[in-house]
Design a binder for this molecule. Sequence first.
Ligand SMILES: Nc1ncnc2c1ncn2[C@@H]1O[C@H](COP(=O)(O)OP(=O)(O)OP(=O)(O)O)[C@@H](O)[C@H]1O
Ligand SMILES: [Mg+2]
Length: 399
Amino acid sequence: MSLLSAPSSTTAGSEPTGSGPTGSGPTGSGPAAPGAAPSAEQALRPHAEDSFADELVALAAADDRTRPARWKLSPWAVATYLLGGTLPDGTVITPKYVGPRRIVEVAVTTLATDRALLLLGVPGTAKTWLSEHLAAAISGDSTLLVQGTAGTPEEAIRYGWNYAQLLTHGPSTDALVHSPVMRAMAEGRIARVEELTRIPADVQDTLITILSEKTLPIPELGSETQAVRGFNLIATANDRDRGVNELSSALRRRFNTVVLPLPATAEEEVDIVSRRVDQLGRGLDLPVAPRGAEEIRRVVTVFRELRAGVTEDGRTKVKSPSGTLSTAEAISVVTGGLALAAHFGDGVLRAGDTAAGILGAVVRDPAADRLVWQEYLETVVRQRDGWKDFYRACREVSA
Ligand SMILES: Nc1ncnc2c1ncn2[C@@H]1O[C@H](COP(=O)(O)OP(=O)(O)OP(=O)(O)O)[C@@H](O)[C@H]1O
Ligand SMILES: [Mg+2]
């Protein structure tokens, strides 16, 4: 038993409504006190259910299909929330996940069955992103989250004890510190476990009883927490961690595995990057950069070619670097470039703003990757029509 001193619950409803604490900024909307939830506008990264609250309300109003117990929306409406669409009243639902419709449909329906959902894929294929949005749309709460690491203890999945209470009153319901999974069971919501395969195997196996018996025994109190209908669990696991802590076959059987693919086409990837960069840029108060689309296409092309080991036209083979060059990294490179252009340039996103970011993403191993990059620059980038500025910018930062 390890010591957990405070429950990890996030208290809803305590957000500041404009009048900040004494001595706050002139606008009067000071920062939230530590521990209190900031408003959706103040939060650096609002939860999905807050960012897209309007869409979720509109979907719930338009949704006349059957909803599984305690689901905020029907499976059809959840899929529409994820894939985007237009409602009969004209409300536009923005796509959150760009990819095969079937994948989303299978993921959503799995959560309405008694099997849990395992999202598997290479880094940056939106496993975490999809899991957050699924939980937000189904339960209206994406915060019941356990982050898997090599040091994740059993208490993070089951429950812990508030030692002050335990010492004064002995084991009691009040001394119990509920894990996010336990809360999801009690409330009939979706729990999330990130990076399941990084968690030590014996701790992973704690999930077996929860997922097969749908109950969490509390031997110290002679009681149990039974899962309420609506409870289910989404786990994510990275392909690259395969073999680190392989799932036991007993646990694997409790999951329906959905493999998330890399974006099929360059257009799809450009679309994903543009949408996300736009959202992130607004969150960081970055101005919209003209000509951004062209640079985004260039970053995506470089990433895809190096990932695939061949140029887009299929004519030239190139070596792949050791990094993953995921869509998520492309998003970071472009957002970083936009910030450079906004703060130190004239606001127009240019090759010079993305070159350093690309170099950082490609050259992970200073020796081997640098050679791969130089070769790509000289054999592909240099020859390409309209890429002179990009070649020059890359040469400058590589020097
Ligand atoms: N197919 C996609 N549709 C929409 N967004 C995507 C897609 N692929 C990647 N993204 C974007 O990439 C970003 C990173 O995704 P996320 O962190 O969920 O990846 P991950 O699969 O969990 O990676 P890791 O294995 O490193 O944890 C998100 O901002 C998401 O918007
Ligand atoms: Mg992830």
